[in-house]
Design a protein around this ligand. Sequence first.
Ligand code: PMP
Length: 445
Amino acid sequence: MTHVFHRNPRAEQPVVARGDGPYIYDKAGKQYLDASGGAAVSCLGHSNKFVADAMKEQIDKISFAHSGFFTNQPMEDLADFLVARAPGNLDHVYFVSGGSEAVEAALKLARQYFLEKGENSRTRFISRRQSYHGNTIGALAAGGNQWRREPYAPLLMPVPLISPCYEYREKRNDETSGEFGQRVAGELETALIDAGPENVCAFICEPVVGATMGAVPAVEGYFKRIREICDQYGILFIADEVMCGMGRTGSLFAVEQEGVAPDILVTAKGLGAGYQAIGAMLVSNEILRTIVDGSGFFQHGHTYMGHPVSCAAALAVQNYIEDNDLLSNVRRRGEQLHDALTARLGNNPFVGDIRGRGLFRGIELVADRMTREPLDPSLKIHAKIKSAAMEAGLMCYPMGGTIDGRRGDHILLAPPFIIDETHIAEIVEKLGSTVENVLAKAIQN
Ligand code: PMP
């Protein structure tokens, strides 16, 4: 038995050997098409030489110098790159090692910002049901995914949850999409009034929801109303773009497509594309000014923040994407993937919804298309699809979300930005037959 203790110690996993573009190979030589980028990480695919060379070059210069003593050029350049392209007044960047760290930093910064302003009573955060913002204690508290929270609930700060903007499940038949968006955004105002606006720091949500729902964008107008409410009550809006950011939805930042800017934006996965562990928190000028003019010190930090090799890797990733105009490919292939999934699975009696933006696509599986009744959670369809797809040489990311306290099933696809039509055909063929076979077998039994 392995001495490695990972998430599922009983699972037997193939040993990964190498990667090549959108493909991964295991030690036995089996090929897998990486249609999920792990969990929306590997946006350039694998073994990109341009990125590897940039990392080697940096390692030869200096691998690590603590950010408490030095800044470094790749970190400065990466911050310049992000700020030049970021929405609104996000013009300062704080680098960390991943998504949860970025969310923790955002929660603490929001709190410290209000402390510096003398608004000491502001300690609380509001988020949405069926959301995920990371696994560390603060980030876990901020998420509304009951299954992940449950074992740790006594350790978590209370966070009021409002409805997500999840049209497929939450829109009533008697309202338009626009009305639905305004109604669920309005829940933020109600939650704020309940908590006492003077007690609230920030609202946090994902512009396009990934892991817990499977690529669910908000309806038009939703985020404009969210922004208005945040401004009216003086709370911060934190956009969690850990999964949906860095080009995944077809624009560098997902929130750009909503026509609003957050006060804090956190991003991670696609930033370093898996070549190194890196996350970032982008912060508005107003927040940074308040800290600088106040105590002058953000009371938070981690050992590996702004790691030179991580920043060099991420900078190379982002330059490669821009220089090769890969975001055009994300938009074009995203539409093709959506159309091909719809052609193949759109009439399947267990496919309730096919959705998403760019190369961030989700398929929701249901027991009944008319009633939208989720599949029986004890069937563990998402887990069966994951292993059957691996068997067929396809990596996809099926998850059980939480629907009305029950687990539902969806499949997330987040292939690398370099895919072409042949890869789309392979994804759809392998996924289509996997879904059909798993469901036929599970429902028959
Ligand atoms: N926020 C979101 C939206 C995420 O999807 C994730 C990871 N799935 C995180 C935060 C946490 O990121 P990490 O796993 O890098 O800590």
